[in-house]
Design a binder for this molecule. Structure first.
Ligand SMILES: [Zn+2]
Length: 263
């Protein structure tokens, strides 16, 4: 079915981008660390920052437009260099297996076992690279229930006063005193995307997922804007399942509608 096009394509720039699902849904690897739903983005007006004559285009943009992508981040672990060596052996480095959509980030070949209290555990939890100054375990609520760990919702890196766990690798174990979180939903974007949506770093947006009989509006989608990011929403597996993301018929990313929730 053809989408309904905006009849006045040169109106003011909109702060929400309507997108439609295309057929490019990756179903091939249920076990894949990150499942992506990719849509072509339609918007009412061309954005001024893309300049086809100069060849300049912000990261991730397609045909002079932001290209919204929503990805489900399955449970995963970030490690320090020191912990990589403790888990996988002296001199070990993370080995990139699959590039993630954001440039420079990858799923490593390595996995670890995450062990909670009373020896409940999750095997084969993927390590994401590159390494970081701190180790961190990101779970969905369902994962944390099966582990018996009451993981709080936190933004990546905000791991003070969070529960710990034990990581088990082929060469050793690491006891984390803290670092187990449920990653708060967020959207990566560059400054051209932020300008397009009329938002700034650390503001909140809404993600509307229209899906047959189980559509969801996600509030509190934190904007994480930097120079190089490509427009991509990250939600966890529970959130992706709640809205049946893979069967979504339309997805909108927009500023908080009334503007009254600003801090
Ligand atoms: Zn992210």
């Amino acid at each position: 079915m053809r989408p309904i096009e905006n009849s006045q394509p040169n109106q003011n720039r909109k702060q929400e981008t309507k997108t439609k699902m295309t057929q490019t849904i990756d179903r091939s690897q249920i076990e894949a660390l990150v499942r992506n739903v990719i849509r072509g983005t339609r918007d009412a007006a061309p954005a001024k920052v893309a300049d086809s004559l100069s060849g300049f285009s912000p990261p991730g943009w397609v045909d002079g437009q932001p290209n919204l992508r929503v990805s489900i981040s399955a449970r995963h672990v970030h490690l320090t260099d020191e912990h990589v060596e403790m888990l996988f052996g002296a001199g070990s480095k993370l080995e990139p297996d699959k590039d993630l959509y954001q440039d420079g980030f990858y799923a490593a070949k390595q996995t670890v076992m995450v062990v909670g209290p009373r020896r409940r555990m999750l095997p084969n939890v993927r390590v994401l690279g590159p390494t970081r100054p701190f180790s961190q375990v990101e779970l969905a609520l369902t994962d944390s229930i099966s582990l018996g760990i009451d993981a709080p919702v936190r933004h990546s890196g905000h791991i003070h006063d969070t529960p710990g766990c034990v990581l088990v690798g082929p060469a050793g174990t690491v006891k984390l005193d803290h670092g187990v979180i449920r990653a708060a939903r967020h959207v990566h974007m560059n400054f051209a995307d932020a300008d397009h949506y009329g938002v700034k770093n650390s503001e909140k947006m809404q993600l509307v997922v229209k899906s047959k009989e189980c559509g969801v509006i996600f509030e509190d989608v934190l904007v994480r804007a930097d120079k190089d990011a490509k427009l991509e929403v990250h939600i966890d597996t529970d959130e992706g399942n709640a809205c049946n993301l893979e069967a979504a018929t339309e997805i909108l990313l927009r500023k908080d509608s009334c503007g009254c929730k600003k801090k």
